[in-house]
Design a protein around this ligand. Structure first.
Ligand SMILES: Nc1nc2c(ncn2[C@@H]2O[C@H](COP(=O)(O)OP(=O)(O)OP(=O)(O)O)[C@@H](O)[C@H]2O)c(=O)[nH]1
Length: 631
């Protein structure tokens, strides 16, 4: 049995998709666990930290007065803006609070204009049906990310809901993530309320979108709500539809307490804050609870999907979540070498808020001690690095991302490879087979671009599975593609050959055999483990040549000649050299201004900290980042 925690708030109604504070029973615990009632009250930039007392007594809401729902959509179709309007409408946030996309709280979300974390808000709403007396409802809303890399966030959020608003842009119509999110919600047995948004746009064509929703998902045109989250048009019908169409939570209040831990984050002042969904039973202030799967002694053990129950009762644990399948692996190393401990702490805290990242220690001769992390995609990896830097001040160097491969040798042994450096360059036994992961990709695009996209998929070793017309102008394509071919720049290429009009989504599929080789990069004859990569044999020469060229452009001239080579086993397939020269940072510094000279030398010293020395060659931080783009 795990450690016990005591509830500091009362939650009566069952299956509430929000949270309650627990106080750790031992006050001197280093990592207290806090299960926090999140209210979108207060108008601070991060209302989670203000943790104000709710102004309404939650216990007055029986199950039938509660609705738990998510907002799901393709990227940029207006989920966060709609969430803003609903929160304003219910008085949860002030109108014109000055910060659009209120629930996009992370700096990375504001800078990139995308949602990467699902966010929860609780709203109170007085529903008035014709002449009947108004009746109060408690609505728990979860705003979810749109990008394919974050669909794990969506599926977890849906587990705490009974319904979803499926938002579709009135001009763009159904896109790839609309399809993916519809099926996630449908397979979770949620009630789907279709909402066509952005009807204020001059190019809006709601009738065409209604027809698409009917033909693709069998959603009746009569059930579709037409709104503009920007102007507020039609918004008054959204919450009544939520109340009328989405069923109340089905939990049994007098059963033993079971709560599902569906999200968590680390708060500097309170420790780990867990988001729970009360599936069955009732929780009262002062109740003691335990965690089924983990002992919960450290932040690492706030395990998403765990069941929380009343201490000393016996309950069947909830099914939890499907394990995450990591698509991309990359080494993460402290940029200044000395920061391993700091990086370790930052990773622990950040993975508490992003449980979909896997972390394992590894060592590189070039980069020292670091971690091998598994991500759901390249954007996910990028966002994770940015969050490490912005939220924890940790600068990292990441190695070339790789997908997980399997190799079989002539002695019958098999090797699973998440780090190309761990694959022997000159193995004792011959490789007799190798396998790579594939995905099933869905692409929706205007018909005039079909030819270009078919060529692109053929170049990426894709196999066509489906080609259908959604309506007169739009085509739906399905391809099986090697994961490796899509993780780096496929989406950029797709956007460029379709002038930005294609949308793309994928789900993982089985492994397939493939002719793979390890490509080593050598500096003055010494292999740099952090730059090793695994590529398809046909592409090895092209990639090798590009990597050598890229490295040459990033490594500054040194006091001696630097030879850069790319090799497969002992065969060199590309090479170049950087001639010797000492970089004189004072070269442009005419005259004798000593303070300016000192400043320049200081700056050079600072820059050196972010260099990695491989043998005798300094490789700047930026070179590692740029090389990602080639491979
Ligand atoms: N014209 C118009 N623009 C809108 C409307 N709703 C949202 N937008 C704009 O569409 C863009 C995307 O809106 P968001 O709310 O961030 O979309 P999202 O679906 O949350 O995006 P992700 O979280 O990144 O998937 C923003 O520039 C909004 O201002 C609308 O009803 N009309």
């Amino acid at each position: 049995m795990g450690s016990m925690y005591r509830a500091s708030k009362t939650l009566k109604s069952s299956k509430q998709a929000f949270t309650v504070f627990f106080n750790s029973l031992k006050s001197n615990r280093r990592d207290p666990i806090c299960i926090g009632l999140y209210q979108a009250y207060g108008f601070s930039s991060d209302s989670r930290q203000s943790s104000r007392e709710p102004t309404i007594d939650l216990t007055q809401f029986p199950s039938e007065k509660i609705r738990n729902f998510s907002i799901i959509a393709h990227i940029d179709h207006g989920k966060s803006t709609l969430a803003d309007r609903l929160m304003e409408l219910t008085g949860t946030i002030k109108k014109g609070h000055g910060q659009p996309q209120y629930l996009d709280k992370l700096q990375v979300e504001r800078e990139r204009g995308i949602t990467v974390k699902a966010q929860t808000a609780t709203m109170f709403y007085e529903n008035k049906v014709k002449d009947e007396e108004a009746s109060g409802f408690l609505l728990n809303l979860i705003d979810t990310p749109g990008h394919v890399d974050f669909s794990y966030e969506v599926s977890r959020s849906l587990s705490a809901c009974q319904g979803a608003l499926l938002v579709v842009d009135a001009a763009q119509g159904v896109q790839a993530q609309t399809v993916a999110n519809f099926y996630l919600a449908f397979e979770s047995n949620l009630t789907i309320v279709p909402v066509i948004n952005k009807i204020d746009q001059p190019t809006a064509d709601p009738d065409r979108v209604k027809a698409q929703l009917k033909s693709m998902f069998d959603l009746s045109p009569d059930d579709v709500l037409l709104v503009s989250a920007k102007t507020g048009l039609g918004l008054e019908y959204v919450l009544p539809a939520v109340i009328e169409r989405i069923p109340p939570p089905p939990g049994i209040s007098d059963s033993p307490l079971r709560m599902l831990l569906f999200d968590s984050f680390f708060n500097e002042y309170k420790g780990v804050i867990c988001y729970v969904s009360v599936v069955d039973g009732m929780l009262s202030k002062g109740d003691k609870v335990s965690f089924a799967a983990s002992g919960m002694r450290t932040t690492k053990e706030a395990r998403i999907g765990d069941t929380i129950y009343r201490t000393k009762t016996t309950v069947e644990p909830l099914p939890g979540f499907k394990p995450v399948r990591h698509m991309v692996f990359s080494g993460v190393y402290p940029a200044d070498g000395s920061g391993f401990e700091a990086l370790s702490h930052a990773l622990e805290k950040l993975t508490c808020n992003d449980a979909s990242v896997s972390v394992a220690k590894e060592t590189s001769t070039a980069l020292g001690m670091g971690f091998r992390c598994g991500f759901l995609g390249l954007l996910h990896m990028d966002v994770f690095h940015q969050r490490l830097e912005q939220e924890y001040g940790t600068q990292v160097i990441s190695t070339i991302p790789t997908v997980p491969y399997t190799f079989e040798y002539s002695d019958g042994s098999k090797l699973k490879v998440q780090n190309p450096a761990s694959l022997p360059s000159n193995p004792k036994y011959r490789v007799i087979a190798s396998w790579e992961p594939t995905v099933i990709a869905t692409i929706i695009l205007p018909s005039e671009y079909v030819g270009a996209v078919i060529n692109l998929c053929a170049d990426r070793r894709g196999q066509q599975l489906e080609y259908t017309f959604i309506d007169a102008q739009r085509v739906f394509l399905k391809y099986q593609l090697p994961l490796r071919e899509i993780v780096v720049d496929f989406y950029d290429e797709l956007k460029s050959v379709t002038s930005g009009y294609a949308s793309f989504d994928y789900e993982d599929a089985e492994y397939q055999t493939s002719d793979l080789v390890k490509l080593d990069i050598l500096l003055n004859g010494q292999a740099v483990d952090a730059l090793a990569t695994i590529v398809h044999k046909q592409k090895a020469y092209r990639v090798g040549k590009e990597l050598v060229e890229k490295l040459k452009s990033y490594i500054e001239r040194q006091m001696f000649e630097v030879m850069i080579q790319a090799s497969i086993g002992s065969k060199i397939i590309a090479r170049d050299t950087i001639s010797a020269m000492r970089k004189n940072v004072l070269a442009k510094c005419y005259g004798g201004d000593i303070t300016r000279k000192k400043k320049l030398l200081e700056k050079q010293k600072e820059g050196k900290k972010r260099m990695k020395r491989v043998g005798s060659v300094d490789i700047p931080h930026e070179a590692f980042q740029q090389i990602l783009k080639v491979s």
